[in-house]
Design a protein around this ligand. Sequence first.
Ligand SMILES: Nc1ncnc2c1ncn2[C@@H]1O[C@H](COP(=O)(O)OP(=O)(O)OP(=O)(O)O)[C@@H](O)[C@H]1O
Length: 622
Amino acid sequence: MAGISNTGAHVLEVIGVAEGRNSGRDADVLASWRRCVNDHRLDPARPSAPRIVTQRELTQHRQDSEELLSVARHGMEDLYRRVNAMGYVLLLANGRGVTVDSIGDAQLDRELRHAGLISGSEWDESHVGTNGVGACLATGQAITVHRGDHFDVALTPLSCTAVPIHDTTGSLLGVLDLSHLQAPEDKMSQALTLEVMKSCARRIEMANLVRRHRADWILRLHPSPDFLDVDPIAALAIGADGRITGMTNNALRLAGPGRPLIGRRIDEVFACDIDDIPRLSRTQAQVEGCLEMQAGGRVFARSVPPSAPPPRRADQPELPQPLRSIHGGDPAMRQLALRAGKVLDRQISVILQGETGTGKEYVARAMHDASRRRGSFVAINCAALPEALIESELFGYVPNAFTGAHTRGKKGLIREAHGGTLFLDEIGDMPLGLQARLLRVLSEREVLPVGATRAEPVDIRVISATHRDLAGLVAQGQFRQDLLYRLNGLVLEIPPARARADLEWLIERIAAATDGQPCFSPEAMALLLCYDWPGNVREIINLCELVSAMYDGACVLPDHLPGAIADRTATTRLPASTVSEDDLLQLLVEHGGNVSAAARAAKIDRSTFYRRLRKSKIGTVA
Ligand SMILES: Nc1ncnc2c1ncn2[C@@H]1O[C@H](COP(=O)(O)OP(=O)(O)OP(=O)(O)O)[C@@H](O)[C@H]1O
């Protein structure tokens, strides 16, 4: 032990432990002290403050940790909201112990910097000695390193609780650490923090599993049936061939010691096979499913069906990612994506039709992103442009073209879209005078800025959108027929949210992208699936934001939903999509054409019944 100076009780204690003596501290702390002295040859008397990597190194670490950052960010924000203003700082470190993300109280900035609790700090045990992140990385286990548990005396005011985060194959991605600048002396004060952090890591891994395995069954597991929907202890992803494709790390406990899970058949782990999995879903399970584990013991299970279409068949053309992600398997949207894919890099104008909020601009943007056009996507709301500014906004102007004009002139939105996509929203509301000028731009592919004598060539791809009937407007003399011919090379109809077979996928996708990632109970989801969504996707976004703000972190129950949605309990109990069109027709025949009686038997409301019949083109029966 030569070279280790003896400067205080703490240093003496560390040295004693390294020499084999015991101490009242937790075993995982003592093991770390021994690694520091015996393996890393660290000296407890020589302060070894965490190194802060350079900005360039940090950027590189963040790029390399892209998956970890995207997996953890929502969970971090959610957790920090709960502990905000309690003197904590939250760090996310990558597999090398470098802090790639942090959330802390801006008012404590100086103290946090002083303690090294900032992005870019490096916590590898071999440099800094025992600390939360470093010890967690070294063992892969959750740990609280409390005050004097730290190896370096300078770190002993801190209490750090760190938990590992794994990817869906069980590899360690990084560590989440919650540190307190001035924790109370008693380590027991942090016992709850450890449990909260473990639960946070579990939820982060769970959200990641669901996001990455949309085409697989997800099996949620918990020793108690009451927590299956709200906070499962572990989960598995199971492919159509019955093999395990992903997991949360806790699931490893089910396999028996030292046995991997990925790639194994489900019947090797539980006394059941792939055909039993659908029976454990919430729509089919009469009672909570209890599975016998092959390694011994039992666990309650709930299965969730795949929410994305299965992988593309070989005979289907590959679509660029932005277009593939506009739907989760709705047949009309799938067809729309395929048709849009065929005209991506052609000079064919497209009109997107659909109710307000169905995602017309979203689809237009996806088409632009999927195309090879490198210019900008420029969106113009034709209904919102102030009449007086329309010309100069769209076509731009030359320097000093008119009183009040900018001395450098203005490019105008159409030229901004040169090499890119011009999205004309609410095209049906464009004033007639302007329609004539737009027609010239589209026919001649050039723009004449206000005050200019020479036209400028433009290369633009035009996508328009409307919720109005353009042919009807032409008939009323409110829209130019020649402009309509220019615009409607391909007309794509975006279905309203209520008619989409992938509505559950859409709701879950939007919930996952909302701050706080609200999670809906099965009963609440059933109501959402039956609701009409007049505001379409925009209304889904608003609802997710509302429930996230009101019931932060809690599972959303029917009572939490706004009246317009929750009140449907009385008339609608089953998601309309669980009954096929053939079943509806059969029920109608059985009830002698009485729609009300057939709708009651199908447990859906009358208007939904009509709508489904209309959609299936047998509406004339009703
Ligand atoms: N498939 C989707 N996934 C996630 N978000 C979506 C999806 N489709 C639409 N959105 C979101 O829904 C909101 C409304 O979409 P968008 O503005 O594209 O609708 P719109 O039909 O153009 O509406 P309006 O007719 O009012 O102009 C936007 O915030 C958009 O990002």
